[in-house]
Design a protein around this ligand. Structure first.
Ligand SMILES: O=C(O)C1=C[C@@H](OP(=O)(O)O)[C@@H](O)[C@H](O)C1
Ligand SMILES: C=C(OP(=O)(O)O)C(=O)O
Length: 433
């Protein structure tokens, strides 16, 4: 797919009225792929996400000897190997889920597994997972950096046991250890110590997928887990639409006073995007559930109110929510997201800088952002290899004239073709006037 170097974000000339279909969940696709690789038989994924992050996982698992048949778009088959292959190098690209989830998996391989990735991924924390593996008796070399590149010396088995971990920088540290734990000889008892654990719904998603694969997971305390050793059963699963990829489209309705339906919104889900109706409601938009999906009704004229929002559980929604705060009529404060400094880019710095470029008024706080409403003007926005910064820019550009976006193709990390789907949705606003 070709993308313009500089993308002119389309401005909506009126309330957008659209129904959109978003691709499958990154978090679910990559969890199912990992469990399928550890399973005792073949698995089938229906409606998987095909994007940079999931293809990074597919490529990594193939490197470890897993047979993934992704020839069809609607259905992937996964056949686990008898033994995971060592003496290989895994390219994590930009995927946090690959660089964290596969570290414990590769401890089960029959030789060293070297991990590296995109330059931006080399800045992201992974040290606590590597230390936990060391505490469990696995040899790991990372030059004491706590980042990529690192090597896990797979020895065919991991004894397992009890481990303490500080996962305040990323919930993925916990998910990584839990996902591989049923294959540890004695299972795993994991206790999070330290400051607040972010993105708890993502850990609950990990618990849920493990249970669907017949693994016993208990949560003796709010931030402690016990995974029993035992087989991971092969799966036949339907991947839900990615609700975080849906976020910019819901925001589009909210900001233009329009109505957008995201098709196939699940009635129950562990995805953090399920908090969007509440968050949008706090800013003045209404949502309603219908048989075909979730519909957002923006307030008349897109007149949104600012809000004081704790996004610690749903950090990946921050860039899109920040776009709405920027367009709102009163100040906003976003809390609980200090860990976003270790995402695809330092998202708090990136958002503050790009808001400044638009003439906006935002201040970085120790754990979030403060945004004050002021008139905005067009600008050429940077995206920092961060798909969610592209989505931030798109939402702002739907309301602020002459917003141009560098490297919109970075949205491919979770949403290939985002710019085209966005243009089609925004165009429905044009026809209103
Ligand atoms: O487990 C997952 O699939 C994810 C967990 C979260 O990570 P952090 O806890 O590092 O924010 C989230 O932001 C990321 O997009 C996906
Ligand atoms: C933080 C994110 O990704 P990753 O899975 O690479 O951590 C994200 O998608 O917002």
């Amino acid at each position: 797919m070709t993308h313009p170097q500089i993308w002119a974000a389309p401005e909506a000339a009126g309330p957008v009225r659209a129904a959109v279909e978003v691709p499958g969940s990154k978090s679910l696709t990559n969890r199912w792929l990992v469990l399928a690789a550890l399973a005792d038989g073949p698995s089938v994924l229906h409606g998987p996400l095909r994007s940079q992050d999931s293809l990074a996982m597919v490529e990594a698992l193939r490197t470890l000897g897993v047979d993934v048949d992704d020839r069809r778009d609607d259905l992937w088959r996964v056949e686990p190997p008898d033994r995971l292959r060592g003496s290989v190098t895994v390219d994590c690209h930009q995927a946090g889920t690959v660089m964290r989830f596969l570290a414990p998996v590769s401890a089960l391989a029959d030789g060293p597994v070297r991990f590296d990735g995109h330059p931006s991924a080399r800045a992201r924390p992974v040290g606590p997972v590597l230390q936990a593996l060391r505490d469990l008796g696995v040899q790991v070399d990372d030059g004491d950096r706590g980042t990529l590149p690192y090597t896990v010396h797979g020895a065919g088995a991991v004894a397992g046991g009890r481990v303490r971990i500080d996962a305040s920088a990323s919930s993925q540290f916990v998910s990584a250890l839990l996902l591989a734990a049923p294959r540890f000889t004695t299972g795993l008892e994991l206790v999070h110590v330290g400051a607040a654990l972010p993105s708890l719904p993502h850990v609950e998603m990990t618990e849920a997928v493990l249970r669907l694969a017949s693994v016993r997971v208990d949560r003796p305390g709010p931030t402690s887990w016990r995974v029993e050793p035992g087989p991971v059963h092969g799966l036949d699963v339907q991947v839900e639409p990615d609700l975080s990829s849906a976020a910019p489209f819901l925001a589009l309705a909210a900001a233009t006073g329009g109505q957008v339906t995201v098709q196939g919104w699940p009635s129950a889900t562990t995805q953090p995007g399920d908090r969007l109706p509440e968050l949008l409601g706090r800013m003045g938009a209404r949502t309603s559930r219908h048989s075909d999906g979730l519909m957002v009704h923006g307030p008349p004229g897109g007149r949104l109110e600012g809000a004081d929002l704790d996004l610690s559980e749903v950090g990946e929604l921050t860039p899109v929510v920040t776009a709405l705060c920027l367009l709102a009529r009163s100040p906003s404060r976003i809390r609980g997201v200090a860990h976003l400094r270790g995402h695809e880019t330092d998202r708090l710095a990136a958002l503050t800088t790009e808001i400044g470029r638009l003439g906006g008024d935002a201040r970085e706080l120790a754990d979030g952002l403060e945004v004050h409403p002021v008139p905005l003007h067009g600008a050429e926005l940077r995206t920092y290899h961060d798909h969610r910064m592209a989505m931030f820019a798109a939402v702002v550009g739907a309301v602020v004239p002459d917003v141009r976006v560098q490297d919109v193709a970075c949205a491919d990390k979770t949403f290939p073709g985002f710019d085209r789907v966005w243009e089609t949705a925004v165009a429905t606003g044009r026809r209103q006037v």
